[in-house]
Design a protein around this ligand. Sequence first.
Ligand SMILES: [Zn+2]
Length: 322
Amino acid sequence: MHFEATVRAELLLELGKRNGVELPAATVEGLHRYYEVGSFEQFISRWIATSRALCRADDFRRVVVDYARRAKAQGCVYIEGICSPTEPVLRGSSWEEVFEGYCDGAAEARERHGVEVRLTPDVTRDFPAALGIRLARRAVRYRERGVVALSLGGSEKKHAPQKFRKAFAIAREGGLGSAPHAGEFAGGKAGAASVRGALDVLHADRIRHGIRAVDDPALLAELAERGVVCDVTPVSNLRTGAVASLDEHPLPAMLAAGVKCSIGSDDPVIMRTDLAENCAAAVKLGHTPKAMYFDALHGALCDDSTKARLRRIGEEFDWGSG
Ligand SMILES: [Zn+2]
C-alpha cells in the first residue's frame, strides 16, 4: 500500500489549504468524483496531483498515523507501506523532512494505535537512475527508524529494473531488503521479464504484484520454490485495467503453483477501495484469511522479534473455518 494514496479527502483538503497547494477539487465530493479512474495513466495523474499537498514533516507523520488508525479498524496489525520521498524533494521539501515525518508517523502509529509500521521508500522508474541512488543512500540512514526495504514503482512498461541495479545494491549493502513492483502489467518492458529482472538484478525479497509471472510457468515455479511472496491487490488490478475482470485474475493460478501471496489495498483512497474489499476479493478467488496472513508474515522484512510477535497473533487468532 502507498501512503500517499491513503489520504482521506478531508485530510488532503486540510493539508492543501495549510500548504497553499491548489488541489483538483475543493470539496470532499469533488475529490471523490475526481478519483473515478479507469486506467493506470489516469491513476498516476491523480496520484501526482493530490500528493502535491504533502510537503512538511508533519504532513507525512499525520498521513501515516491516520491510515494506521483506519487500517486497524479493519483488523490490520502490521503495515509494510510504500512511501515516495523523491517527488516532494523535487518540489522543494528536504529528504530529512520527508523521512523524519514518515518515521515519526511509524513510531506514533505504534504508540497510539498498536499497529506496527515499516517503510519501503519507492524509487520512481521514470526518474534518472542517479535519483534512485540518492534515495537508496537516504533510506539506509533510516534503517533504525523503520525503513526495511527499497521499493520500485512508476512506469513498468517503459523502464526495466536493470536501470536501478546500483540503487538496489546500495540498499542491500546497507542492510535493507528489496521489494520492487514487477509484473503488474503485460507489454513493453513489463510482464514476466520484469519479474525475472526484479529477481535476478534487484534481488527481490518480495514482489509488488507479480501477477504476470503466470505467463511464464518456470518463473512461477521459481517464485514458489524460493518462497518469494507476491503482494497481490485484486481491486487495484481491476481499477487500472491490469485485469479485465476479477474472473480473469491470476491469483488462483499463483496459489495453485504454490506462490505465497499477501493481499493489500495498493492505493485505497484514489482507487476507492480498502483492505477489507481486497481481502474479500481474494477469498472469492480461493485464498483464505489465515493463509493470506501467514503468507504476508513470510514476506515481512521486519526484525525477528516483531515477526515472532506477529506469528503469535496469527496462531492465537480464531480463524474459524477460514
Ligand atoms: Zn503500487
